[in-house]
Design a protein around this ligand. Structure first.
Ligand code: EPU
Length: 345
C-alpha cells in the first residue's frame, strides 16, 4: 500500500479548486481498504472518500486521510425475466459507463448521459436528469464498512433514496441508519429493463424530439439529445470548473407558491405528486439578477444561473461567499432558503 503525501487535489475536483491532501491512498480493489485498516496509525485517522470530485467544494487542504476510489470493472452480473442486471466498479467514469451499456444493447441510462463523476458517487446523491433518477434503474450496491473493512450489500429500500439524497448523505443518529463517513461503495448494480421505453417527458427533450421528426427515437438518439442539451447549458468542467447544479430545487406548499405567483407570475414551478410544488432554483437566482455575475474569481454561469463556476483561481472560500450572497438575495426576495447540493470539505 502506498500512502502519497501532500497530493495536489486540483485535478481531482471538477471545480478545479487548488488544495492538497495531506495523505492519500488509492483504492483499486477492496483489499486496499483492508490494508489501511490493518495499519494502526492509518486506521485511527478520520477518512474522506473521494470519487470523481464532481460534487465537492474544497475549502482548504484536506487533513483527513483521502481514500481515492479507483475500482474498475463492468459486466453483466445476471438477468431476470424483466431486466438485465449490469454491474460497474465504483471508480468507473459514469458517462463512459452509460455509453458502454448502450453499446452492449442494454438501454435505460441514456437520460443520465454526460453527468460528471464516478459510478460509486452516483447513488450517494441519487443523480437525476431529464426525467430519470438513478433510483429508477438501481438494483443494489456493495460497500465496505470503514471501521471493519467488512463487505455488505444494500438494496434500493436500504439506500433511502430521495431527491439528490440517500442514506450516504446522513450521519448515524438515534434510530437513524445514516452511513455518511461509514461506508465506501465498491460496486453498483443496475436493473435495465428488457422492455425498454423512451423517457421523453422533460420539456427540453420533448422539444428535441418534436424538432427531429423521428417517430420512435432509439436510446442512442436520446443519449445524443441529452448530450446536446447539457452541452448547450452546462459548462464543461474541463474548460470552466463547476460542480453542476449548486442548489437543490426547493419545494414549497401550494399556498406559498400562490403567494409568489401573485407577485411574480412568471415563476417556473412544477406540481409534485405529493401535493407540494417544486420551484426552479435557477429561475429564482436568475430573477435576482445573478446570471453572469462574479464575486472574486467565483461566478454564476451565464447560461444556467444554478451553476456556480470557477473563473480560474477561485478559492473554496470565494465559492462559499458567492453561494451565501445568492442564498441571502433569494431569501430576501422570495422567502425561500436554497440548500446547496455539493458537499463542503
Ligand atoms: N431557468 C431560468 N434561468 C436559469 C436557469 C433555469 O429561468 O438561469 C429555468 C429554465 O428556463 C427552466 C427551469 O428553470 O424552465 C429549469 O431549468 P433546467 O431545465 O435547466 O433544469 P434545473 O431544474 O435547473 C435540474 C437538475 C439538473 C438536471 C436538469 C435536467 C437539480 C438541482 N438540477 O436542473 O441536475 O440536469 O434538471 O433534468 O435538480 C445537477 O444536479 O448537478 C444537475 C445538473
Amino acid at each position: 500500500m502506498l500512502v502519497e503525501k501532500n497530493v495536489p487535489l486540483q485535478p481531482y475536483n471538477s471545480f478545479g479548486i487548488v488544495a492538497r491532501a495531506h495523505a492519500l491512498v488509492r483504492m483499486g480493489r477492496e483489499d486496499d481498504l483492508r490494508a489501511v485498516l490493518d495499519d494502526p496509525k492509518l486506521a485511527s485517522q478520520p477518512k474522506f472518500i473521494l470519487g470523481g470530485g464532481s460534487n465537492i467544494v474544497l475549502t482548504g487542504d484536506v487533513r483527513s486521510l483521502v481514500l481515492k476510489v479507483e475500482i474498475a470493472g463492468r459486466r453483466l452480473a445476471g438477468e431476470t425475466e424483466r431486466d438485465w442486471i449490469v454491474e460497474a466498479g465504483a471508480g468507473e467514469n459514469w458517462h463512459d459507463f452509460v455509453g458502454w451499456t448502450l453499446a452492449q444493447g442494454w438501454p435505460g441510462l441514456e437520460n443520465l448521459a454526460l453527468i460528471p463523476g464516478t459510478v460509486g458517487a452516483a447513488p450517494v446523491q441519487n443523480i437525476g436528469a431529464y426525467g430519470v433518477e438513478l433510483q429508477d434503474r438501481f438494483h443494489s450496491l456493495d460497500a465496505l464498512d470503514l471501521d471493519t473493512g467488512r463487505r455488505f450489500t444494500l438494496d434500493a429500500a436500504r439506500c433511502g433514496f430521495g431527491y439528490r439524497d440517500s442514506v450516504f448523505k446522513h450521519a448515524a443518529g438515534p434510530g437513524g441508519l445514516g452511513l455518511a463517513g461509514r461506508a465506501l461503495i465498491t460496486a453498483v448494480r443496475f436493473a435495465l429493463p428488457k422492455a425498454w421505453k423512451p423517457e421523453l417527458g422533460y420539456l427540453d427533450l420533448e422539444r428535441k424530439w418534436a424538432a427531429s421528426g423521428v417517430a420512435r427515437p432509439t436510446a442512442r438518439q436520446i443519449h445524443d439529445w441529452v448530450c446536446e442539451i447539457r452541452s448547450a447549458k452546462l459548462p464543461d468542467p474541463r474548460v470552466l470548473g463547476n460542480a453542476g447544479s449548486f442548489f437543490k430545487n426547493p419545494t414549497v406548499t401550494p399556498e406559498q407558491c400562490a403567494d409568489i405567483i401573485a407577485r411574480d407570475p412568471e415563476i417556473v414551478h412544477y406540481p409534485m405528486p405529493d401535493g407540494t410544488v417544486k420551484l426552479a432554483a435557477g429561475w429564482l437566482i436568475d430573477a435576482c439578477g445573478w446570471k453572469g455575475k462574479s464575486v472574486g474569481k467565483a461566478g454564476v454561469h451565464d447560461k444556467q444561473a444554478l451553476v456556480l463556476v470557477n473563473r480560474q483561481g477561485a478559492t473554496g472560500g470565494e465559492v462559499m461567499t458567492l453561494a451565501r450572497a445568492i442564498q441571502t438575495s433569494v431569501y430576501e426576495r422570495f422567502g425561500i432558503r436554497l440548500e446547496p447540493e455539493p458537499v463542503f470539505v
